[in-house]
Ligand binder design. Sequence first.
Ligand code: CO
Length: 491
Amino acid sequence: MAHEKHEKSAKNNEKSPEKSMEKSNGAQPKRKAMIMETVLRDAHQSLFATRMRTSDMIPILEAMDEVGYHSLEAWGGATFDACMRFLDECPWERLRTIRKHVKKTKLQMLLRGQNLLGYRHYADDAVREFVKATVGNGIDILRVFDALNDLRNMEVAADQVKKEGAHLQMCISYTLSPVHTLDAFADMAHKMAQMGADSIAIKDMAGLLSPVDCAKLVKAIKAKIDLPIQLHAHYTSGMGSMTYYAGLEAGASVVDTAISPLAMGTSQPPTESLVASLAGGELDTGIDLEKLIPVAEHFKKVREKYSHLITDVGVDINILRYQIPGGMYSNMVSQLKELNAADRLEDVMKEIPVVRKAMGYPPLVTPTSQMVGTQATFNVVSGQRWKNMSKEVKQYFLGYYGTPPAPLDAEVQKIAIGDEKPITCRPGEKIESEMEKARNDASAWALQPEDALSWLMYPQVAKEFLPKKYARITQRDTGLNELVDESAYPA
Ligand code: CO
């Protein structure tokens, strides 16, 4: 027991370095800014469609481990998917490889709450199993979010993260709307603290968060709870570095940056610039710029390798004009081109606030950004609002994505779902346990328990990937055809 207690207190100190900092000569306790490096996850996801290979990472991991980062972001939905879909790599193996080379620095990941790394809600048993395997394979900090900021969709994942003894970072998806006030966000953070959060992340996926608003938001949260705050921005609107500086000054502890060759544009603000900006001041990161040079040199080569996939966007002022994510804007431009309606762009942009209002002002992040964007396009191009609605939007109005931040428009809901009765419970409750079936379905090609989880996340992709991996590792070909036809493997 005594030993356990000692371990616990040591861990607590580690969690809040600002508190454990020496108060020499009665001076103010020193606060330093910390950095999460995103190059292994968000940076290449944002810049070149998540195509970086594990072999592009390995040679530099040990040098990165010496830098003194707060954490390395190493895993998430798109990396998991792309590993299997495009790179013929096992995502679990990638995680273990990174962990093997990164011994000191914490590894962090992004988890879509009850959606885990996929695009639908999973059953509670799958959520628990996935979190367990994730921590078991080396992740230290799990950033848990939900597209609607519905805390019920984060509940089970959060509970399991705590049970595994990992760091639970609960994440606010930042958005702008009449109902997303400072108070509303601060209340959300307060509830997250009550759910056991070890830290709070503010995720600004769109680059919407201005320096002024960021400072206000950080102060509003800090006034309610005493947890470290981590900021996540994209550089698309050109405000990212300024937003970080303002947020850090206001009391945030960690910011997410990308090493310069993979920074800016749709990716994060550059790591080196932030380190240099803060050096010598109150928020000095303590990182030696020299240690970042080899990292930058390495990823400069990696960038060149994938340069054919990179479009240089510079600053996208449409984000500032329309207050929607850059990715959503470019999707809509191409959607309209396909429909031979490129000239309707301005109308569609004006339709977005109408759609969002009817849908209760969801934050614009996967999958709600696609739903809202497509619906706005339908409304404009068909010449009649709500005439066409996707299956996803109907499910949304039925409550299967959770409770939106503001009430749904009752009339539009009626058009969407007719007399069907929407659910009001936590959506995850409606899903029956599914691990056993996944284990059975994947059993012919499973070489590790995690393979069933890969199967569950991306069944179509795993159907191609797992047999290939099985054949490669066992030197036996099980035949792809049998896999497609489930009846070939009676239970
Ligand atoms: Co991001």
